[in-house]
Write a protein that binds this ligand. Structure first.
Ligand SMILES: Cc1cc2nc3c(=O)[nH]c(=O)nc-3n(C[C@H](O)[C@H](O)[C@H](O)COP(=O)(O)OP(=O)(O)OC[C@H]3O[C@@H](n4cnc5c(N)ncnc54)[C@H](O)[C@@H]3O)c2cc1C
Ligand code: SF4
Length: 552
């Protein structure tokens, strides 16, 4: 069947903060210059916001520039941070680090606690009001190239394909969306963005991207335990000093508390389970009380970029550009990326608009990387560039080194630390053989504060059409058993926060085989990142599949 095609000036892949900011900026510029510009946003979630999983404390800097009257336009941003606590945990004690000793750039004064999913829903409405066409439930599954090799758009995935590849009665071929410029805003570890980085050698000369996995729950707590605007971050227990990561706990309004844990994906011990570390964290005497008598409302997980400036790839290529976390602009010590995602979306849009004004198409938007280098996003990342590499020396050395580095930058003495430390290897190369690493005995779930994976996935409202090709593709079907199970005791069983991977008894020949419960996948992308041999290839499933996060 022939695919239908639609023509746009700009197609944006992904309806997160970066994609929506880009679409809005394009339409604003079009209006200011009295020019018609057609813009379409494709979003793989069933609605805008359905796949957004974040903390989130937002720095409103980019939003102030994009929509200065966001308060008058009733943006769902109502909870300013009122108290900022940074703690160090041992198994039974918590020590507060005085705020005066923390670098100023770590302060959350002037920031807001939000549901980033709800902010995106609102941004989607602002975009549509300006004439942007948004198509939720439509993943971009394929990049289209012209005869010269430039990107000329994307195609959405086919609908109605059975697990064995045959066409079901309701089969619908994907649509082609042709564009003069295509902006990729897929977020962390975007599948098409990975393809583009390889095809256009965008990672040549930059460090490997580094990642963390963030796991989060949304709770309604007892009113007496709620303190609107309170922010708490911790480091230390339950992680050992060789494993990087930490917790976040944010009190929104209406007795809602967002609690989560990020574990850096360069961890070494294959017995580690990020999910269980998070469950264990909630039982700490400093934390447990907040949730007793409360109700868990939602659960989710998502990878986060941690490489910072050294890992930012080349941003533009013929016919398109990477914006937001597709490229990776998260400021790790601040655990904030949404402001940089939005601002780079705006910069990408400005470059695309200037090119349209000059009647160009399908060439390289060279002014976008240039604008990035001159922007406050670059400055934001430059000041903290050595924090993440220093964490490789262990928690204490890393914290002290990072603290000194950030303090000097705060004081305008950044010139005293002019060097840039490098990231030496990708996160899939960090696991050590299971036989030489300590086993971790995780406590049983109590069903009150801690829960099993399946009841958690239930709260993510994840749904996939079951009779479709598995979207977690194995490059070599023998590797999970012959390498991963044998050498690393099957780490995919533990790092997947949704119980997708299980080693079960093989039907034939004894032994075990990998069972992939793809319908549970919450699209966090951790398997695509952490599989030791890069044997798992995450591709978008049929449109609308995946989590349906309410207010995450
Ligand atoms: C646990 C955690 C906590 C965080 N806390 C904070 C915080 O407190 N403050 C902060 O500022 N930042 C925080 N971040 C980072 C922040 O969430 C990201 O920087 C931000 O969401 C990036 O925006 P984005 O638009 O680039 O990507 P995303 O927000 O990931 O959005 C990408 C969108 O594109 C869609 N998509 C992806 N691929 C396709 C495709 N092929 N076709 C169609 N649609 C597609 C996705 O479904 C999604 O809706 C946190 C992240 C995590 C994981
Ligand atoms: S299968 Fe992969 S992408 Fe899906 S939830 Fe598990 S680790 Fe995340």
């Amino acid at each position: 069947m022939e695919r239908e095609a639609m023509e746009y000036d700009v197609v944006v892949v992904g309806g997160g903060p970066s994609g929506l900011a880009a679409a809005i900026r394009l339409k604003q510029l079009a209006a200011e210059n009295a020019r018609e510009v057609t813009v379409c946003v494709l979003e793989k979630g069933s609605e805008v916001g359905a796949h957004i999983m974040s903390g989130a404390i937002i720095d409103p800097r980019a939003l102030n520039e994009l929509i200065p009257d966001w308060q008058a336009k009733d943006a769902p941003i109502h909870t300013p941070v009122t108290e900022d606590r940074f703690m160090l945990f041992t198994a039974d004690k918590a020590y507060r680090i005085p705020n005066w000793s923390l670098p100023r750039l770590m302060s959350n004064h002037g920031m807001y606690i939000v549901s980033l999913g709800n902010v995106c829903r609102w941004l989607g409405q602002q975009a549509e009001a300006l004439g942007v066409e948004i198509y939720p439930g439509f993943p971009a599954a394929e990049v289209l190239y012209d005869e010269r090799g430039a990107v000329r758009g994307v195609a959405t995935g086919d609908m109605g394909v059975a697990r064995d590849g045959s066409h079901k009665g309701e089969y619908q071929p994907g649509m082609e969306l042709h564009a003069k410029y295509t902006l990729f805003a897929e977020g962390c570890r975007g599948s098409l963005s990975q393809e583009l980085m390889a095809r256009f050698n965008l990672r040549d000369g930059v460090d490997p991207q580094k990642y963390g996995i963030g796991i989060k729950e949304l709770w309604e707590v007892a009113p007496g335990k709620h303190q609107k605007g309170l922010v708490l971050h911790s480091q230390g227990w339950p992680l050992d000093s060789r494993t990087g990561g930490g917790s976040f706990l944010y009190h929104l309004d209406d007795n809602l508390v967002s609690v989560g844990f990020v574990i850096h994906l360069n961890y070494e011990n294959p017995h580690l389970s990020p999910y269980d570390e998070f469950q264990r964290f909630k039982t700490h005497p400093e934390i447990r009380g907040t949730f007793e008598g409360g109700k868990r409302l939602a659960y989710g997980a998502r990878a986060i970029n941690e490489g910072g400036l050294q890992s930012v790839p080349k941003l533009a290529f013929p016919g398109g550009a990477l914006i937001g976390c597709s490229a990776g602009f998260v400021n790790l010590p601040r655990i904030k990326g949404s402001h940089n995602a939005m601002k780079t979306g705006m910069l990408g849009a400005e470059a695309a608009f200037a090119a349209l004004q000059a009647n160009r198409a399908h060439d390289e938007l060279a002014s976008y990387p240039e604008a990035f280098r001159g922007s406050w996003v670059y400055e934001d990342l430059y000041k903290v560039r050595n924090v993440k590499p220093g964490l490789g020396w262990g928690m204490w050395a890393g914290m002290i080194h990072g603290g000194i580095h950030m303090w000097l930058n705060d004081l305008g003495l950044g010139a005293l630390v002019p060097w840039t430390l490098r990231h030496d290897r990708p996160d899939n190369a960090s696991l050590k053989p299971a036989a030489g690493m300590p086993k971790i005995d995780y406590p049983k779930y109590d069903g009150v504060i801690t829960f099993d994976k399946l009841s958690s996935v239930f709260l993510s409202n994840t749904n996939h059409e079951e009779n479709q090709p598995v979207h977690l593709q194995l490059r070599d079907a023998a590797v999970p058993v012959n390498v991963n199970l044998k050498l690393y005791d099957g780490p995919e069983q533990r790092y997947c926060p949704a119980g997708v991977y299980e080693f079960v008894a093989a039907e034939e020949g004894g032994g075990r085989r990998l069972q992939i419960n793809a319908q549970n996948c919450v699209h966090c992308k951790t398997c695509d990142i952490k599989d030791p041999g890069q044997n798992i290839h995450w591709v978008p499933p049929e449109g609308g599949g995946g989590p349906n996060y309410p207010g995450m």
